[in-house]
Design a protein around this ligand. Structure first.
Ligand code: LHQ
Length: 266
């Protein structure tokens, strides 16, 4: 198999693991093979302590056009094919959960259009850096479906109820600049600078106290469904754990010694 034929390219740059969707001819539409590889790669990245930041991007002019609609059409003709819900539970949901609970930061470098489940994939990452020419489409409605793969969860939390509903029920395309204005992305950069900027950000995050990032992600994920007394107690619990890490000791010592800290992620 040539490198071009691999639907997912996996590379390491120091502590940064890069997952690159690679079906540019179909705008990185997600077929079963790509989804299986993505699920396996996210699991491996989660377990590998040498990986301290995960970066998801894609080749060509798109980030991902979402579910491969050719395979959906083929399955429609097969009476024994799994229902869409089964397909989601088996293939998409484990990826989204793995990203949201990943004990290291996850960045999406959105190099082009992110549509349908491709948009959901970007939303499940912790940070989104978009190329100027990127765009976002909650395309589900255009094919008579509901937003899935976490879009109904992430979208209102990122952009608020009214905008989330607007994007989800109209399926309208928004530009990277508009996505920045409404808080859907963290940063927009010229197309030719996307790769370098995303890698720089990823390396910066990888050099931070990874354990504290993990605990922060846990706290913020949980805050959405907690009440204040509960959350205060949870913060106290997590701070006890953070306070016992080597990186906390290093951060404290470095501050008092007036030098830059060297964090190891432990
Ligand atoms: C594609 C696709 C594609 C296959 C472009 N599949 N080939 C659903 C069902 C089941 C369970 C799981 O969850 C889901 C969730 C979903 O993701 S539903 C939503 C699926 N995605 C869409 O509806 C988006 C479909 N694509 C588009 O609307 C357009 O392609 C966008 C707006 C993304 C880009 O438009 P253009 O820049 O004009 O490109 P294009 O339409 O000409 O596409 C280029 C090629 O890519 C073309 O192939 P061709 O052989 O003609 O060059 C497309 O057929 C192919 N392609 N999306 N999802």
């Amino acid at each position: 198999m040539t490198e071009n034929a691999q639907p997912l390219i996996i590379e390491d740059d120091g502590p940064v693991r890069i997952l690159r969707l690679n079906r540019p001819d179909v705008l990185n539409a997600l077929d079963d093979t790509t989804l299986d590889q993505l699920r396996s790669a996210t699991r491996k990245a989660a377990k590998d302590d040498s990986v301290r930041c995960l970066l998801i991007t894609a080749t060509g002019r798109a980030f991902s056009a979402g579910q491969d609609l050719d395979s959906v059409k083929k399955q429609m003709a097969d009476p024994g094919a799994p229902e869409l819900g089964q397909h989601l539970r088996k293939r998409y949901n484990p990826i989204i959960l793995a990203l949201r609970t990943m004990e290291k930061p996850v960045i999406a470098a959105v190099n082009g259009v992110a549509a349908g489940a491709g948009c959901s994939l970007a939303l499940a990452c912790d940070l989104r850096i978009a190329a100027q020419s990127a765009s976002f489409i909650e395309a589900f409605i255009n094919v008579g479906l509901v937003p899935d793969s976490g879009s109904t969860f992430m979208l209102p939390r990122l952009v608020g109820l009214a905008r989330a509903l607007e994007l989800a029920i109209t399926g309208k395309k928004i530009t990277a600049a508009d996505a920045l204005t409404i808080g859907l992305v963290n940063e927009v950069v010229p197309d030719e600078q996307l790769e370098e900027t995303a890698l720089t950000r990823a390396k910066q995050l990888a050099a931070l106290p990874t354990k504290a990032i993990t605990l922060t992600k846990r706290a913020i994920n949980r805050a959405w469904t907690a009440d204040l007394p509960d959350q205060l107690d949870y913060e106290a619990h997590l701070q006890t754990i953070a306070g016992q890490t080597r990186d906390h000791r290093e951060g404290l010592t470095a501050f008092l010694e007036k030098r830059n800290p060297t964090f190891t992620g432990r």
